[in-house]
Design a protein around this ligand. Sequence first.
Ligand code: NAD
Length: 403
Amino acid sequence: MNQFDHALEQLARATAVQSFDPALIRKISSPEREVRVTIPVVMDDGATRLFEGYRVQHSSVRGPYKGGIRFHADADIHEVRALAFWMTLKCAVANIPMGGGKGGITVDPKELSAGELERLSRGFVRMLYPVLGPKVDVPAPDVNTTPEIMSWMVDEYATLTGDTTGAAFTGKPLGKGGSEGRALATGLGGFYVFEALKDKLGVPQSSRVVVQGMGNVGGNAAKLFQQHGHTVIAISDSKSAIVKDDGLDIAAVEAYKKEHKTLVGFPGARSISNEELLELSCDVLIPAALEHQVTHVNATRIQAKVILELANGPTTPEADDVLFANGVVVVPDILANAGGVVVSSFEWEQNLKNEHWTEQVVFEKLQTLISTEANTVWERAHALHTDLRRAAFIVALERLGVH
Ligand code: NAD
């Protein structure tokens, strides 16, 4: 099953609980537009290398396409199509006036110099700018794409089109039209969703938390949970994972990783595999890396009470069934990680209105919005006697259907 099959299977499961107009379901099952580009980049040695890139514009029913751009060696059209589909549903669950899109380049950015990375980022925009723009399609960062990459992209877009709003890309650095709070937004949004549902989830006031992935989303989420009195017992990156039963100091773990380029050897912690990390006994498991991490292979061994999906698509449909049967509550990605796109939409709005909101205003708006929607999804799941993923899909489909 590729990721898009996985997404369509989730859709089928939701529509088995509540039926919808078949025309809506057919429409939502196919992206409105897919663009595949070949980007020539002059490398530092003078040779030209070709990179494959994608932009999938899934749905503009509720507003301009919105979604990140991923730089990853495994990025392909199926993955980008699935991520675009989930963006459409996520923006609808979050109730923001945005559609869904996603982009990707098949590249391991760690193999490129800074100059090559900039030329690749600008090249992506040169190939795609006719189908991007503040009222058309507004990309953002995702795995391996940073505020600096967004600033190259928005700059290239301005050069090519004369746009002065800066609203064609979000996730920009603060000095380049970025929003206060954007860097923290996905982790913080996930934390607000957890806080809104905490009493209903039946987890202790001070929970034991495991985080897979230590990038923008996982690193910030781990710090937030720690700051609010929870104990982060384990964390990982793509090559290493560590566990410490009495809790990790995440800022110290980040400093250690910066110096040693690995988590292995962090004082007082034991090294484990990424597979073992997922199966640790804990209250909350936070996948914050890539898709397909909890599958039919390991679902029966998951000991967490709650899975808070900050990555996109970390749990397969088969695993969902096992987890539901075992009483593990999965807070789905299209709700749990919506904080990023919510604050991206705030950034877009500020750019268009030429405003700059304080961090406090951004966080208050985020918390109000995402807590409301978390409760909407929870109540719908209870009313329909179903899981939170099916309920979130149903809430999204209802909102897509009225447009
Ligand atoms: P990032 O590039 O900043 O970090 C990714 C992290 O995952 C890194 O620590 C990396 O080492 C780790 N990782 C990669 N492969 C791994 C593996 N096989 N096992 C364990 N760890 C692994 O990316 P990010 O922006 O933090 O995104 C992480 C996830 O969150 C992705 O699924 C992304 O789509 C999703 N997401 C991101 C945002 C956002 O605002 N950045 C918003 C919503 C969802």
